[in-house]
Design a protein around this ligand. Structure first.
Ligand SMILES: Cc1cc2nc3c(=O)[nH]c(=O)nc-3n(C[C@H](O)[C@H](O)[C@H](O)COP(=O)(O)OP(=O)(O)OC[C@H]3O[C@@H](n4cnc5c(N)ncnc54)[C@H](O)[C@@H]3O)c2cc1C
Length: 506
């Protein structure tokens, strides 16, 4: 990377004259490593893209971490959402880059076969995610960060700069203005391609908004969340055990608020209470918090204990939930991906998976070009990405919002369970499998014809785009509604017929 006033610690420096193209990923720890690998890893390294990843956080607890990280580095524990779920969509994106990385991730994750819905009376029902036996994988964010950072750090041409903040971008000179958060030194860096993966408060997006006629919307939902760590238990031989069934994501739907719990590899669970601000305001005091848990989550309270619950609530932050939509996602050689481009509420568990899919798609589009380093080609590719990706990103943001209602209420209703049952029967009869190579193809050549439940399409069929899944599910729902209405008419007819015949009889 060509640099002006670059401090001593610069990662990858390339002379400005006849330098090979350079990429800068202004971001992040967790997922930028994934984003960077497709751009610079096995395939892109051959294409000579020296890359610098910049993050304002100090993930490894040292002023700088440049190049390969030591094996004992840890992701910072002070990150939002302690664990998250990888689905087939995210896994396919990682697989398109490096299969061995998938193995490492899954080795550190807990497979979830379905959700377990806990009722107020203490009974719980299991709902399988997918009749094909597909799983979600629950992984701690810190562990995920560490694995991805180590993978990125081991790739030639990738330099990593922690505790550096991107302050602004200049779209004419292709320069980012950075500051070193330790020394306070400001400096500029030039780039050929800048990928902003700097989260929902993205600085890069802010500058894009000024430079383009970007359409942008943001919406905070009334719900906030607080996380609570449920410790491991101990079996009779003194080994650590899970206190809840570890094969499932646990949900306590209570109408206006919901508790969710996901297992961690170390046999603990991370629970998250999602509730409106007004409820959290009232739960600040022990004399309201404990009775609230006694009334709504007595089973969980008995596992947690009152003391731990109070401690967790006192120490853990309350966080907000936002949906953002933008269009376009680029200008010139600068593009935003991940939450910077599309934050969504977490109820479909797709934010990270979608961010990884962004990487896969952008990487394919860049690799398809023979002259992918040419500035006009980069501009065209980013334009293609913006145009083709928008419908899918809006679709998943909307689906995540719909899922908010489902998690709070519908998931525990009979009509939801009957509908899922019908969905799964039809799925079983007509199921088709995909054999598309997603390291080369963006999605499958066409949307499969069989019946596939929406959840399965979104989570387990990365060959189907989010928008195609949404449209297909709407058609399927319409069909189920029509069949239900026809059955209703038939049933009514039968009742009328029986009444008339009864009249004849007597
Ligand atoms: C409660 C909750 C649960 C979730 N559960 C799931 C789940 O189960 N499955 C799933 O797929 N998704 C889930 N998500 C969504 C997921 O966390 C996000 O979609 C994902 O983290 C987005 O990654 P990102 O890299 O785009 O942004 P972020 O993870 O926000 O990373 C942004 C990074 O940019 C850095 N940064 C910011 N500004 C600058 C700057 N100016 N200069 C340099 N660096 C900067 C920050 O330090 C940070 O590291 C969940 C989200 C929440 C809130």
């Amino acid at each position: 990377m060509a640099a002006k006033n670059r401090p001593e610690v610069a990662a990858t420096t390339v002379p400005s004259v006849e330098r090979p193209p350079t990429g800068i990923i202004a971001d992040n720890a967790p997922f930028f490593s994934m984003r960077i690998v497709p751009l610079n890893g096995t395939r892109m390294a051959h294409q000579q893209w020296p890359t610098t990843m910049v993050d304002e956080s100090g993930r490894v607890g040292a002023p700088y971490a440049i190049g390969p990280l030591s094996p004992n580095t840890k992701g910072s524990p002070r990150q939002r959402s302690i664990n998250l779920t990888l689905s087939a969509r995210g896994i396919a994106a990682v697989q398109a880059i490096d299969n061995s990385l998938v193995e490492r991730l899954l080795h550190n994750a807990v497979p979830l076969r379905g959700r377990m819905v806990h009722r107020l009376d203490g009974n719980a029902t299991r709902q399988q995610y997918d009749r094909g036996g597909h799983c979600l994988y629950s992984i701690e964010r810190g562990l995920l960060n560490t694995i991805l950072l180590e993978a990125a750090g081991s790739v030639l041409n990738i330099g990593i700069q922690f505790l550096h903040r991107v302050q602004s971008v200049d779209f004419i000179s292709n320069t980012v203005h950075l500051s070193n958060l330790v020394s306070g030194q400001a400096f500029d860096d030039r780039f050929d391609l800048c990928i902003g993966a700097d989260g929902s408060n993205s600085v890069i997006r802010h500058h894009l908004m000024v430079a383009t006629q970007m359409e942008y919307s943001q919406h905070y939902i009334s719900h906030e969340y607080v996380e609570i760590r449920l410790p491991h238990g101990m079996d009779t031989s003194g080994h650590n055990t899970f206190l809840l069934d570890a094969d499932h994501l646990h949900v306590w739907p209570r109408g206006d608020f919901t508790m969710v719990a996901m297992p961690n590899k170390n046999k603990t669970f991370t629970c998250a209470l999602f509730a409106p601000k007004t409820i959290f305001d009232a739960l600040q005091y022990p004399d309201t918090l404990i009775p609230f848990f006694k009334s709504h989550f007595p089973d969980l309270l008995s596992l947690l204990g009152e003391k731990r619950l109070l401690l967790e609530f006192q120490n853990n932050p309350r966080s907000l939930l936002i949906t953002t939509k933008a269009n376009p996602y680029h200008k010139g050689a600068v593009i935003i991906i991940g939450d910077a481009a599309h934050s969504m509420v977490p109820f479909y568990g797709q934010g990270l998976n979608c961010a990884l899919e962004d990487v896969r798609i952008l990487s394919i589009l860049l690799r398809r070009e023979k002259d992918g380093h040419n500035p006009s080609v980069i501009r065209r590719v980013l334009n293609d990405y913006s145009e083709s990706r928008h419908e899918d990103l809006v679709a998943i943001c909307d689906l995540a919002m719909d899922s908010h209602l489902k998690m709070r209420h519908t998931v525990a209703t009979w009509s939801y369970m009957i509908r899922s049952f019908i969905d799964n029967i039809l799925y079983g009869i007509t199921e088709t499998r995909s054999s598309v190579d997603l390291s080369e193809s963006i999605f499958g050549p066409e949307v499969p014809s069989g019946w596939i439940p929406l959840y399965s399409m979104v989570s387990f069929r990365p060959d189907i785009s989010y928008s195609a899944a949404k449209k297909k599910a709407a058609r399927q729902e319409h069909l189920v509604d029509s069949v239900a209405a026809a059955l209703g008419v038939l049933g009514l007819g039968y009742i009328l017929y029986s009444i008339i015949n009864l009249n004849r009889l007597f």
